[in-house]
Design a protein around this ligand. Sequence first.
Ligand code: GLN
Length: 313
Amino acid sequence: MLAPEMNQIKKMLPLWLESSKRHCSNGKVASYIPELSKSPIDALGIHIVDSNGHSISEGDAGLSFTMQSISKVFTLILALMDNGEEAVFDKVGMEPTGDNFNSMLKLELVQPGIPFNPLINAGAIAISSMIAGKDALEKSERVLSFLRLLSNNSSLNWDLDVYRSESATANLNRSMAYFLKDNGVLKGEVEHVLDVYFRHCSVSVTCADIAQMALILAHNGLNPLTGDVLIPRRYVQIAKTFMTTCGMYNASGEFAIQVGLPAKSGVSGGILTIVPGRYGIGLVGPSLNRKGNSIAGVDLLQSLSQQFDWSLF
Ligand SMILES: NC(=O)CC[C@H](N)C(=O)O
């Protein structure tokens, strides 16, 4: 049986989703990764899972999409588990930039020339170089296994069309990675590091997978359904902090005011968010606003958070 609030959500969600969906036509699907331009602009779906494993799915929750920047949360956690906090923060900062996610501006402007945080592209590329493994494939397979474990879905895999599409067109990320190499931030060969990065961005998921991964973060690294500790609490604490300060790119301040939950978005239109101690939420809506977040998705999360008073602040 669903808990009372879940029952309320189930009742109201179809209405709110329809209303948020109207915003889809005011945004755009990402096209700088050519394969992403095929995403359905009118789609909107959400999956919410609670601590008992009860879930609600609405709209286009079954749509497959690539994790893109959502994966950066988990590569950060894996890099922390592989290297410890000190080594990671030697090469990546802890501050929001206020710039676009793919900006290189502050890399050159602000010494010592390390990325401001692990959730912008430059920071996530640096993090990709810290994943343990003998070569790019082994590193990528370790990331994939970790995501399979957290999502409890052993069939998660890379969308190779999206991976190839990004790899073939990523001039900006490539220039950033070479710049980082020159600044002494990247370990290993630049093209191998980029390969790890493109692969984790291309992991194909549905809203239910994202919600399940989010549930583990909502419980500070513990799977509430099995009692297994999958991530040390401290590393979830770090990840949740970055999600709050930088998770929605340079719209993180606005999101904190309007929704008030730790979250991470991706250019495929995905959003992972959590209600701490309670819910894991996965959402997809490929039509993006000017800052690169799902336009209808942010609107729907705002309705939910305001109706149920979920803001942490
Ligand atoms: N914001 C995003 O989701 C960015 C991820 C994408 N793979 C990129 O590097 O551009």
